[in-house]
Design a protein around this ligand. Structure first.
Ligand code: DAH
Length: 345
């Protein structure tokens, strides 16, 4: 027995008790530092060995080292046990319950302009129209010249039209599709052309890209009455009820005569002098139209002495706003999915 036997026993008992109480990696680390660290009782015992009588030193040294070894081994063993427990707990926390029902994705919806386009195409298909599409990057001939738009026309101005350096441009209206379709298919022809158009315009009521819908019918002996009948079918189809309409004389280079169509205000039917939609006029401008100018027919390869017809153009965004009662044009272009899915459109 050496004189440090009592100290060793105390350290051993102390350690056993603290080890039992350590339940986490952090607690175990604290115990490790307390019993094996530089300031531990065991380390100071080691330092004291030199002051023991020479015959006691070997046995005492061995006893200290053996306790140190067994403390190290016990800590390692406990460490493995704690780590196993902790990773099992972690696994449990991240466990995926495959029996839970999947989270819903919502129903989604069709964009108002896409919906309106589909509706219009369907209405017009019912009276013999087919869809024709054209390029959004156009040339001067199709966008302007063939449509009888003179070189001095303001639409040709850099202020209104997006030009490419090579003279091509972003189409400013869907009317060029008229010319392309006539050149491709000849007469008789009934087409509807929905699509994107571009103008240098951007404020709360104008977007630099917006949507138009063009219509063209060229046959024999077509009159303004045929045109009015066709537009009536279209408007009644869009708003799902008969609406009063009126035509005003207008001017477009590609039609003669040219007219503009107003429909009765879909909000107040003319009964509210302070209506924010029609500004109290009772009328809403919805489309430009006219009998196709003979020059346009000629540019489309059609003989105006044999065929005639009518054309119209309307803004799909504005009509979508009226139909779905939107107050801000921008919601149609911002791609705000929660808003579009909210059912408010
Ligand atoms: N292209 C015209 C515009 O963008 C709209 C238009 C008016 C088209 C009369 C037509 C038409 O076909 O006959 O303002």
């Amino acid at each position: 027995m050496t004189s440090i036997t009592g100290d060793l026993q105390r350290i051993k008992d102390d350690f056993s008790e603290q080890l039992r109480g350590a339940d986490s990696s952090e607690e175990l680390q604290t115990v490790k530092v307390a019993f094996l660290g530089k300031k531990s009782a065991l380390t100071s015992l080691l330092k004291r060995l030199g002051s023991l009588p020479a015959d006691e030193r070997p046995a005492a040294g061995e006893a200290v080292n053996s306790l140190r070894d067994s403390i190290e081994a016990a800590i390692l063993e406990k460490k493995a046990a704690i780590e196993e427990e902790e990773s099992a707990a972690d696994e449990l926390k991240n466990l995926v319950d495959v029996t839970l029902p999947a989270r819903g994705r919502g129903w989604g919806g069709i964009h108002p302009v896409a919906q309106l386009t589909q509706d219009v195409v369907e209405i017009l298909a019912g009276i013999g129209f087919s869809v024709a599409l054209g390029p959004e990057i156009e040339d001067d001939f199709h966008n302007f010249e063939a449509l009888n738009i003179p070189a001095s026309h303001p639409a040709r101005d850099m202020q209104d039209t997006f030009y490419f350096p090579d003279g091509h441009l972003l189409r400013t209206h869907t009317s060029p599709v008229q010319v392309r379709a006539m050149l491709k298919h000849g007469a008789p022809i009934r087409i509807v052309c929905p699509g994107k158009v571009y103008r240098r315009d951007s404020d709360p009521t104008h977007s630099p890209m917006f949507h138009q819908l063009e219509g063209l019918l060229v046959e024999k002996d077509i009159s303004v009455a045929d045109m009015k009948g066709c537009l009536e079918v279209l408007m009644e189809g869009i708003f799902s009820r008969p609406l009063k309409s009126r035509y005003r004389a207008s001017y477009f280079p590609f039609t003669e005569p040219s007219l503009e169509l107003d429909i009765e205000c879909v909000e107040c039917s003319g009964r509210n002098p302070s209506c924010r939609i029609c500004k109290g006029t009772g009328w809403l401008e919805v489309a430009g139209m006219g009998m196709v100018h003979p020059n346009v027919l000629r540019n489309g390869g059609i003989d105006p002495a044999v065929y005639n017809g009518f054309a119209w153009g309307l803004g799909l965004d504005r009509i979508a706003m009226l139909k779905y009662r939107l107050t801000d044009l921008r919601v149609l272009f911002e791609g705000n999915v929660p808003y579009l899915l909210s059912g408010r459109v």
